[in-house]
Design a protein around this ligand. Structure first.
Ligand code: NAP
Ligand code: MG
Length: 482
């Protein structure tokens, strides 16, 4: 692996400038593949969030009242610059989060660029309505930008999930205080510089790096922030809901999942196994919609377990920088420990570890892809989100049994169903408790389709026109014609 000659040094980005954190302190950002330091990154605090919120407030009127088409044009330029700097962003994202370069190049960056362009197009199409109420009045609605938005981003898709929130918020005319995850801030810091270069005015897009318990908490509590949008764990999500009550912030929460991928015996088993494997092992299983519970009809159970284990064994785990790597390391030593602990828990509960689940090497946070068979629905490995490359394969008898098991967790983000029976797939898709259901495929997302879940999977939906509604407030205007 290439070592950088010097450590990157990153200050906060507030009001269009890099400024030192008021604490004077910096954290060390590691490469998860070899545990070497890549960068020292500012540790912001409450005082820095105050400065960022003040900058965002000051910039709000100008950005919100700019000609909408001009805002759109700036966002198109931003997308063009991200596209021109694609390889630089791929390298940053891959190194910082341990994601294979090939995957970031094929998946993350195209999605980021598509997201910015999609919402650039929305900027001048956020219409109100004329609503006929009575003949002696002109009554109409406007959709006004929500104000200053706090954006808290996880480490699994730092740029992509970040942009799912940033692009629509900017299109609507909101100004932002963004907090990347402490362990993966690099791609977003670079992207924000490109946004400035594209013409996003200073103060519109601010970044305060640092710890969730400090910077995140300060954003959530801040009376000068009108909305918080968050992706991460249910426990932090719960805290955000409580904190938001102070000034009745609007909130959008995209939390975890324990998504079920249902394979009926009449499915194309080879295609189902291929997709089920990437559904759980893609991004080292660190995906909110990972198909971590693979439910298989009894008649096909042994065949699927066999084929899935064989596929898991062929996955090339290795350096994220290598073009032929399928699976990189976990993002942190903490995440690795969580995964290894769950492998132990599964074994103790009586599930059968068919393959994987071991740390690979002694440098970097690599774990081999794991498949548990004979998993019972009540076991912790079937109920709790692991957020790692661990598949739990669970047998079912019939449609009713499959739906009962699939719907039997606190989560409801996504699900998959595999069958050649067209009536069955529709029936099952309707019955599944999930924000997204994939039929005879798994894992696709698109910025045009609503995304999110309920229960422990969160609150509200992202993407599409839902995000436009979410970053605006309706206003009713009544003009007397008498
Ligand atoms: P997390 O703590 O929820 O972190 C997500 C983001 O929230 C990070 O930017 C984090 O900052 C910030 N944060 C942490 N504490 C906060 C607080 N008190 N107030 C406001 N913001 C706060 O998630 P994690 O600990 O990194 O991962 C734990 C689990 O969360 C995973 O195992 C997985 O189950 C789930 N998760 C889900 C998704 C998803 O896509 N739905 C993504 C990531 C994680 P710092 O990281 O800088 O502290
Ligand atoms: Mg990192």
């Amino acid at each position: 692996m290439n070592q950088p000659s010097t450590l990157q040094h990153h200050d906060l980005l507030i009001d269009g400038r890099r400024i030192r954190p008021s604490s004077g302190q910096y954290g060390v950002d590691l490469d998860p593949a070899d545990e070497t330091p890549i960068a020292e990154v500012a540790l912001g605090n409450q005082a820095d969030v105050d400065v960022a919120v003040a900058a965002a407030r000051k910039a709000f009127d100008g950005w919100a009242n700019m000609r909408a088409a001009d805002r759109g044009r700036i966002l198109y330029k931003f997308a063009d610059l991200v596209e021109q700097h694609q390889e630089e962003l791929v390298a940053l994202e891959s190194r910082d989060a341990g994601k294979p370069v090939g995957a970031v190049r094929r998946q993350d960056l195209p999605a980021v660029i598509d997201t910015i362009r999609y919402y650039a197009g929305w900027a001048d199409k956020i219409n109100g309505q004329v609503v006929p109420v009575r003949p002696d009045a002109l009554t109409y609605t406007r959709r006004e930008p929500m104000g200053v938005v706090g954006i808290i981003i996880p480490w699994n898709f730092p740029l992509m999930i970040g942009m799912w929130k940033i692009a629509p918020a900017l299109a609507c005319g909101c100004t932002l205080v963004v907090k990347p995850a402490e362990i993966t801030p690099l791609s977003m810091l670079r992207a924000a510089e490109l946004a400035l270069e594209a013409g996003v005015p200073p103060g519109v897009f601010n970044i305060v790096t640092g710890k969730g318990s400090v910077v995140g908490e300060a954003i959530v509590q801040h009376a000068g922030i009108d909305k918080v949008t968050f992706t991460g764990s249910p426990s932090v999500g719960r805290g955000i809901m409580r904190g938001a009550a102070g000034n009745f912030k609007r909130i959008t929460l995209e939390l975890g999942g324990k998504s079920a991928n249902l394979i009926f015996a009449d499915a194309n088993i080879d295609a189902a196994v291929r997709a089920a494997a990437s559904g759980i092992f893609f991004n080292t299983g660190q995906v909110c919609s990972a198909g971590s519970r693979i439910l298989v009809q009894r008649e096909a159970y042994d065949e699927v377990v066999d084929k899935l284990a064989n596929r898991a064994k062929t996955i090339r785990v290795g350096s994220p920088a290598a073009a032929d790597t399928h699976m990189g390391p976990l993002v942190s030593s903490r995440q690795m420990k969580t995964v290894l602990d769950y492998v132990d828990i599964g074994k103790k509960e009586g599930a059968k570890l068919v393959t994987g689940g071991e740390r690979l090497g002694s440098k970097g946070y690599f774990v081999s892809p794991a498949v548990f068979a004979d998993v019972k629905h009540e076991m912790r490995v079937s109920q709790e989100e692991i957020f790692g490359p661990v598949a739990s394969v669970i047998p079912f008898e019939d449609e009713q049994d499959a739906i009962r098991i699939a719907n039997g967790t606190a989560y409801s983000l996504a699900a998959g169903v595999w069958s050649a029976n067209i009536t069955r797939v529709h029936h099952v898709a309707n019955a599944l408790k999930a924000g997204t259901v994939w039929i005879n495929t798994y894992g696709y997302t698109d910025i045009r389709l609503p995304w999110g879940g309920s229960g422990d999977s969160g609150l509200g939906r992202e993407h599409g026109d839902t995000a436009i509604e979410d970053f605006t407030e309706p206003k009713s205007i009544w003009l007397s014609l008498r």
